[in-house]
Design a protein around this ligand. Structure first.
Ligand code: ATP
Ligand code: MG
Length: 356
């Protein structure tokens, strides 16, 4: 997958940008706060139509302006615009308005690497569920629909629970369970498919201990193994009524990551957590490549910083094998970009402007 051109208007500190992108990518150098991450965020907006930093759309609008626009072409032309006034988001695919965002996400395939990815490993289960949700939404056509159906049923069930109406809540058990079982099975199938690869990539990056990845169903005790969600919901209705929320289901689950016998979240060092986060991004790239038949674009924000020489060299090797396509690499100074990536043109970002 290659992005050939990019147009940005009033996105964060980028007022106006029109560029053609080299086939193998580009290295963007710039001091802190100049707009390097903003540019990567704008590109990734064309993938998911949301900020990869979890920012709200209106926060992406350049201060003092009414809305932003991003457009780019790969083998498909994708544009996205947002207006503060109507809080409206408009997406087009090959110049046709996209009626459902779910069908438009992932038409441009990219994987973003950022130092903040360590939070996926070190943070709460919500971040790991989000990792799975994004990844599966981009690679499995049905996933986003099932997830949306699940959230809708969950919202209604929780509203009834908050009003203390158990019968009304239980009316949503069946639609909730139907969507949730699909979400579960797709997540579990993905984890089973990729856990060996997670282990081998951590090892290839230079981690001596054995890394593990498994899916953990929340509040499913040993006696609940094999019960379906409908049974679990019936069983937990009293607890759910007391707490005013649904306490079992995919929205409470976790992706457990470990080194040896220990949780990476609880016991991993900063470097170990970062290594695992990079491994997650690399298997994301592999998953997208399998789903789309094309190597996704690699967006690298400060990715080599903090890594020792060995891990840096190992990572470069893995990127060369896994993500051999277009690379857009951002770094605060030349010395942080390994020479192997310097074959690419080097542009400078300053005050939201790119000097080529
Ligand atoms: P670093 O090397 O520190 O990561 P960076 O080049 O990646 O720096 P960015 O995060 O891309 O920096 O840009 C940060 C700048 O963008 C800040 O100066 C911030 O004030 C500005 N900025 C953020 N949001 C907006 C916005 N909505 N409108 C205008 N400017 C914004
Ligand atoms: Mg940055």
């Amino acid at each position: 997958m290659r992005l050939t051109d990019l147009t940005v208007r009033n996105f964060r500190n980028i007022a106006s940008l029109d560029i053609e992108l080299p086939e193998n990518g580009v290295v963007i150098i710039g001091a802190n706060g100049q707009g390097k991450t903003n540019l990567l965020e704008a590109i990734y907006y064309l993938v998911l139509f949301r900020s990869f930093r979890g920012a709200k759309d209106r926060e992406l609008v350049r201060f003092g302006t009414e809305g932003f626009f991003v457009g780019g072409s790969a083998h498909v032309r994708v544009t996205a615009g947002y207006e503060v006034a109507g809080q409206r988001k408009k997406v087009t695919i090959d110049r046709e308005p996209a009626r459902r965002l779910g069908a438009a996400v992932g038409r441009i395939a990219a994987v973003s690497f950022s130092p903040e990815d360590r939070a996926i490993v070190a943070g709460s289960p919500a971040g790991r569920r989000r990792y799975l949700n994004v990844l599966l939404s981009l690679s499995e056509p049905k996933y986003l629909e099932e997830l949306a159906a699940m959230r809708q049923a969950l919202k209604q069930r929780n509203a009834a629970l908050r009003m203390g109406n158990g019968d009304a809540a239980r009316a949503f058990d069946s639609p909730l369970a139907a969507a949730a079982e699909t979400v579960w099975s797709m997540r579990i199938a993905w984890v089973e498919r990729w856990s060996d690869r997670f282990k081998s990539i951590c090892s290839a990056l230079g981690e001596p201990q054995e890394a593990g990845m498994r899916y953990r169903r929340h509040a499913a005790g040993a006696e609940d193994e094999g019960s379906d969600l409908q049974q679990l919901l019936a069983k937990t209705i009293d607890r759910d009524l007391r707490r005013g929320t649904t306490t079992v289901g995919p929205h409470r689950d976790d992706l457990r990551l470990s080194l040896g016998a220990h949780s990476l979240r609880t016991y991993g060092s900063a470097g170990q957590q970062r290594t695992a986060a990079i491994a997650l991004r690399l298997i994301e790239a592999k998953t997208l490549a399998e789903a789309t038949g094309e190597v996704p674009i690699g967006l690298y924000d400060d990715v080599f910083v903090e890594l020792d020489d060995t891990r840096q060299a190992n990572l470069l090797g893995l990127i060369r094998d896994t993500l051999s396509g277009q690379a857009i690499v951002a770094a605060p100074r030349d010395s942080e970009v390994p020479p192997e990536l310097f074959e690419r043109p080097r542009w400078v970002m300053s005050g939201g402007r790119l000097e080529q």
